[in-house]
Write a new protein. Structure first.
Length: 193
């Protein structure tokens, strides 16, 4: 399967995640919830959808949690509080450090964060308001210092949490961060391709 096909199939699932209302049934702030998002989005494209990685991973100079400690680390992250803006972002940052899946951590994790923010403060992120370069450099910095990512996300919060268009634009931007945005989610939605 090529990248474009992966993008098409998983974006179609992202639309369905919203339209079926399954998104509102996802458990908030747990690995179970995150893995259900991951499984749903990537069920057609990754055999490992929803399941823990079995290989060590690094990006840039950063090594994500070693496989050996992955389960223990996820258990600790699940215990982190999620009732304020700062707590939600800190939990997201730690889940990114764990990086539970072989691929798709960014795209599933951002939906997971939105659900935590919605529950905690009644807002979510309008990801179309955060530029790719800013996002990625803040996330690279985040294991050491989460101030930059908090600042970026705070400036992109919206209280329009049930706005389908904001969600859809956010998905496109989320794919753009991952160099995987070649077909617009709105075209997929319109033409049902
Ligand atoms: N150097 C880095 N240090 C820490 N986190 C990073 C780094 N580079 C990327 N990330 C995070 O990892 C995510 C990408 O993880 P990945 O599993 O590839 O997700 P996806 O498949 O959705 O692209 C980015 O969105 C970002 O949040
Ligand atoms: Mg990736």
């Amino acid at each position: 399967m090529d990248y474009k096909q992966e993008e098409l199939l998983s974006k179609r699932r992202a639309i369905e995640l919203w339209d079926s209302d399954y998104i509102n049934e996802i458990e908030v702030g747990t690995f179970e919830g995150l893995s259900n998002i991951h499984r749903y989005l990537f069920q057609d494209v990754y055999s490992f959808a929803g399941t823990l990685r079995t290989v060590n991973l690094a990006k840039g100079n950063f090594r994500f949690a070693p496989v050996l400690y992955l389960e223990a680390s996820i258990k600790e992250i699940e215990k982190m509080p999620q009732s304020t803006f700062d707590e939600c972002v800190e939990k997201y940052v730690e889940m990114n450090v764990a990086h539970p899946f072989r691929e798709g951590n960014g795209r599933s994790g951002r939906i997971w964060l939105d659900l935590m923010l919605r529950a905690a403060i009644g807002k979510c992120v309008d990801w179309s308001k955060i530029e790719k370069e800013d996002y990625l450099s803040a996330m690279e910095r985040s294991p050491v210092n989460s101030l930059e990512i908090k600042y970026l996300i705070k400036g992109a919060l919206t209280d329009d949490t049930s706005n389908r268009e904001i969600y859809m634009k956010g998905i496109d931007n989320s794919y753009r961060y991952e160099e995987a945005n070649s077909v617009s989610i709105f075209d997929i939605d319109k033409s049902n391709i």
